[in-house]
Design a protein around this ligand. Sequence first.
Ligand SMILES: N[C@@H](CCC(=O)N[C@@H](CS)C(=O)NCC(=O)O)C(=O)O
Length: 199
Amino acid sequence: MIMLYHAPGTRSFRVLWMLEELGVPYELQMLDLEQQEQKSAPFLELNPMGKVPTLVDGRTKLTESAAICAWLADRFPEKGLAPAMDATARPDYLRWMFFAPGCVEPAFTEKLNNYATDPRQAAWGSFDDVIATIGPAVDQGRYLLGKAFCAADIMVGSVVRWGVFAGLVSDPALLGYNERLGKRSAHQLACEIDSELVA
Ligand SMILES: N[C@@H](CCC(=O)N[C@@H](CS)C(=O)NCC(=O)O)C(=O)O
C-alpha cells in the first residue's frame, strides 16, 4: 500500500492531488509540523530533510514532490499521466517536471518575498521570464503538453495556483490555466481531503 507522509496545507498537497488523479489506493500518515514530528529520528531516516511529502511504497522510499509525482506517473503508466519513454512528448514532459522545482518555485518565492537574484546568476532566471515561458504553453485552453493533462501540470500548476492565490500572477494565459486546473475533479477532491485534515 502506498503511504504518503503528509501535512495539510503544504507542498505535500501535490502528491495528494497526484494520487487522486491516479485513482489508486493510498493511506495518509499525518505529521504535525507544529509539534516538529517531521524532525523525529524515525522520520529523518525516511527523509533527512525532515519534510513532507515523503512516500513509502513497499521497499521504495521517496522524497521531493517532483520526484514522487514522476515516480508515481511511471509506476502507473496505464493512467496516462506521463508520456512513455519513447513518446515524442517525453522530453518536453521531463523539461516541465524539472522546470517546476528548478525555476518556477524559486522565482515565485523571490517574487513573494520581494527580492531578486541577478537573473544571469540565478538558475531560475527571473519571475517575468518564468511567466513568459509558461504562458504560451498553457494558452488557449492547453495543458503543458497540449490537450493531455500530465504530472507536470501538477508540479507547475500547483505553484501557479499558489501564485494566483497570493496575487502574484496577472498573465491571462496563466489565469485561464489556473481556472482549468481548479475545475478538475481530482483537484477538488484533494482540496476537500486536505481542508478536512486542517479542521
Ligand atoms: N523540495 C521539497 C520541499 C518540501 C517542503 O518544503 N515541505 C515543507 C512543507 S511545505 C515542510 O515539510 N516543512 C517542514 C520543515 O521544514 O520543518 C518538495 O518539493 O517536496
